[in-house]
Design a protein. Structure first.
Length: 180
């Protein structure tokens, strides 16, 4: 083994998949790319982290709602480009030719081109760490999407696409909640 510089430690455990987060505030919808997130237990709660440098941060604080959208690998380039510009100056839906669909329980739109969308409400904000705790209130999936592979950020500008699925459910059936 060789030692890795500690400032690169996060690249060993960067979460995935890359997500698109939509907001709707003051009559305007926006999209941001987010890679720092995690599920909280076997519940529909998700933690994300962002801060005042992101235009969507203020919309999350103001509206206390968003939609988490799961892009597939065919949207990787657009997803990275979305994260490299600000919704303060451009309409990202128009710029990146993404289709807004109305959500049922929040004002933030779904993204039609994504494999899945989660309508969420902010239930807590841990200010010192910039962590929003989201409660998913409705989930959507596109059963007609052909390529369902998602992709994950390494944290250094590279990404890993999903590959082979390994089914080991039989080893953990007693831990998986009923119906999952």
């Amino acid at each position: 083994m060789i030692e890795l510089p500690i400032e690169k430690a996060f690249t060993l455990i960067e979460p995935g998949p890359v997500l698109l987060l939509t907001t709707h505030d003051k009559g305007k919808s926006n999209i941001m790319t987010i890679t720092w997130h995690m599920v909280v237990d076997f519940t529909p709660r998700i933690a994300i982290t962002t801060g005042p440098w992101n235009f969507s941060y203020h919309a999350l604080l103001n509206t206390k709602e968003c939609t988490l959208c799961v892009p597939t690998i065919d949207l990787a380039q657009k997803t990275v480009q979305i994260g490299d510009c600000s919704g303060e100056t451009i309409d990202k839906f128009k710029q990146f030719e993404l289709t807004q669909l109305p959500a049922s329980d929040v004002k933030a739109p779904l993204i039609s081109e994504c494999i899945a969308n989660l309508e969420c409400r902010v239930i807590d904000y841990v200010k010192p760490h910039g962590i929003f705790i989201l409660q998913a209130v409705r989930a959507w999936i596109d059963p007609d999407k052909k390529d369902c592979r998602t992709f994950h950020a390494v944290g250094d500008g590279t990404f890993v696409g999903d590959g082979e699925t390994i089914d080991l459910r039989h080893l953990m059936e007693d831990k998986i909640p009923f119906g999952v």
